[in-house]
Every structure is written in structure tokens, then in C-alpha cells.
Design a protein around this ligand. Sequence first.
Ligand code: GLY
Length: 328
Amino acid sequence: MSQRRKFIKQSLLGSALLIPGLSTLEAQATPVKKAAGTKPIILSTWNHGIPANADAWAKLKETGSLLDAVEAGVRNTELDLENLSVGLQGLPDREGITTLDASIMLGDGSCGSVAFVRQVKHPISLARAVMEKTPHVMLAGEGARQFAIAQGFPMEKEKLSPKAQVEYDKWKVTSQYKPIINVENHDTIGMIGLDASGKLAGSCTTSGLAYKMHGRIGDSPIIGAGLFVDDEVGAATATGLGESIIRICGSFLIVELMRQGRSPQAACEEAVRRLVAKNKNIKDIQAGFLAINKDGEVGAYAVHPGFNYAQATESGNVLIDAASHFKA
Ligand code: GLY
């Protein structure tokens, strides 16, 4: 059996053991403690994290590069036609145009991002090109698209996916914007990983909020909000309502709290506490954080129940309910 097929088989076995919906007590049989100190490890948000982790793991085995892995992993989600929150098949803005945000970061401080970019199938790869081929960190809008063309990225037709078109047509009947939390058990994909040598990397990619105002940019391409990585400490990524995450500089906050000695779990919980304190209408806002420290300890926490993530180690690729981290 190929390494990749073997890994996916292990993934399925693993996810059967840990699925969302377990009671808190049952869910305490979590592999989180076992994962501490386990290297390499790759983590990513939501159900779509399982296939994304599988691709990231395969790439890590193929090239040995964690950067290649976190790029390849979220490219999987960027192509998932069923996914309405990542990639060009994501739900559009209120003008019916899909615009994408993405970022990538290494633990040595290298980073790149793109925001409000159109027609690019793999914004994560464009973010990597910004990091590796320009003196800048972030390119947005038409400038990002022109850079993509110059780098040889193919331009896709601006046409909604069949699923997104149906949803957009329904939305146009009332044209109301109201976030609905966890409706499909996915949002942005954020991925963070620790390699066997103790180096960290992360990636984050999204089509952003459905029916956003044209020009709106969320947390995902903002280094420190949707993603932050520091080899001296750890890494964090975010999912959910970008405005609420930007307001507290969520991922940077978590890494800094870990630097001051908090566990990844305690740091995620403090970020959620702060987010709840700084945002009105919290009942309508979902935001979740996923973090790892340089020792391989994992934390995850969200404003509301329903947030889960996928964890890949040599033992397999399992889906974990963030509620399994709650203290008894
Ligand atoms: N977290 C994705 C966004 O708000 O755009």
C-alpha cells in the first residue's frame, strides 16, 4: 500500500474514534496529551482539515519541507467544489464576485499574503510567491492579480460554482447579511505544523464572509490575526468572523500568551475571552482558534460549541472536537 493510501486509511480509522458530538466525558479520551511532544504534527481547522492534512502529510513525506506541506494541504481545500467558504467556489460578495484572502508563514518570520484577489485558483501559492519573490508581505486586489499573471498563475473565468450560484440567487431575494454560525461545519481553513526538527509553519486561506461588501478583507491574510508563527514559541491560526479576530489580533495574541508561559489551550481560552469582551452581538459570532507550542502541545477553543479540527501525526489523521479540551 502506498504511503498516502496507508495514511488515509489510518485517517479514517482515527476519525471513527474521535468525532464531533461525543459527550465531553467521552471526548476526554482525546489524543491531545499523546500528541504533546509528537513530531511531526499537522493541524487544521474543521472537517475539511482531514483531506487537507492527508495532502500535507503526503507532501511532507515527499519533500521533507513543512512549508511545501502547509501549502499543499490547503490547496486541497481551495479545490473542493463542495466547500462554500474557501477557494473560487466559495460564496461571493454582495455584488456576486468571489474574492479570496490567504497567508503563509514560517517560524523564522518569513511571511506572505494576498487579499481581495480575483480569478486565482490557489491564493495560498500566490501568498507564498509574495513571500519568496517580492520584498513585500502583502499584495491586494488588482495588484495581487497582476503579480499572479506575471508569475504565470492561470486566470480562471469569473463564474460562480453551481452550488454558489444557487445560494447567491436565494440570498438575493432578501439581500440580508447575517452570519450563521457553524452552519456547514466549516469556514476558512487554517493549518499549522511542527516538523521533526522543531520548526513551525502555517497557512490560512478563505473566500471570506458570504455576501460581504465588495472590498472587504477578513483576518486570514492579516499576519497576526488569522495566522502567526514563531519558532521560539509556537503557532496559531483562526477561523470565524474575521472582524472579531482582527479586533484582538487573535493569532499573535495567542503566540504572545504562550511566550509568557501559557499552554496553547490556556492561550486560546484567553483569546476567546478577550474576543467575547470586545465584540457586541456575540451570540451571532463564531470564532475559533487552534494553537501549538514548540513542544507539540495543542490547544483549541471557540466562542460557541461546534468547532473541530483535524490532527495528523505518525499515528493517523483524526477529527477532534475542540470541546474535548474543556477542563472537567
Ligand atoms: N475568517 C475568515 C473571514 O472572516 O474572512
